[in-house]
Design a protein around this ligand. Structure first.
Ligand code: XMP
Length: 175
């Protein structure tokens, strides 16, 4: 697997430190509140697992599975569909949605729209990576670990063809 890596752009140590710092901010912001953390599968899986283990108080966890796809020649826009919704009820809860990357914003826009229908007390977004250059939706990350340039990255949950999610760092592939 490592032979296919061009360059590591975020090391395992850098990610670990930054995830810990973001978790500390979340702990300060939500201590004493009813918090539900919702991870976006599959990409957000690793980040979600690491992040929540730094939260020392009671927190409910659920996941949503979102499919992002490109349309066809007549409608070539990138779209997102919720294919597996949350099971928890979040009315009256504070919610943080956790994903690997905020790119065009389609995935998180759709996820937020669906969660807001349940009238949570508040809803915020937490992402590992923020790729601002490609934004198409008006979605803002409340907590973001790293800004990255407009390049395709893998590792720490992010895949290419469902591979590389288990790399402990973020990297660019050889072309
Ligand atoms: P949108 O465009 O909806 O994208 O904000 C979010 C989802 O698209 C995937 N994505 C990537 N996956 N490397 C990846 O492995 C990337 O550079 C990348 N950019 C977007 C990802 O699944 C994310 O949840």
């Amino acid at each position: 697997m490592e032979a296919e890596i061009e360059k590591v752009i975020l090391s395992e140590a850098a990610i670990k430190e930054r995830v810990q710092n973001i978790a500390k901010r979340i702990v300060v912001d939500y201590e004493g509140k009813k918090l539900t953390v919702i991870g976006v599968l599959n990409g957000g899986l690793i980040f979600l697992a690491d992040l929540i283990r730094h939260i020392p108080f009671t927190v409910k966890i659920d996941t949503v599975r979102v499919n992002t796809y490109l349309g066809d020649a007549t409608y070539p826009k990138r779209e997102a569909d919720i294919v597996d919704n949350i099971r928890l009820k979040v009315k009256g809860e504070h919610v943080i949605v956790v994903d690997d990357i905020l790119d065009t914003g389609k995935t998180l826009a759709k996820t937020l729209q669906m969660i807001k229908e349940q009238n949570p007390l508040s809803i915020k977004i937490c992402v590992l990576l923020n790729k601002r250059a490609r934004r198409e939706e008006n979605v803002v990350a409340d907590y973001s670990c790293f800004d990255i340039e407009n390049q395709f990255v893998v590792g720490y949950g992010l895949d290419f063809d469902n591979k590389y999610r288990n790399l402990p760092y973020i990297a660019v592939l050889k072309t």
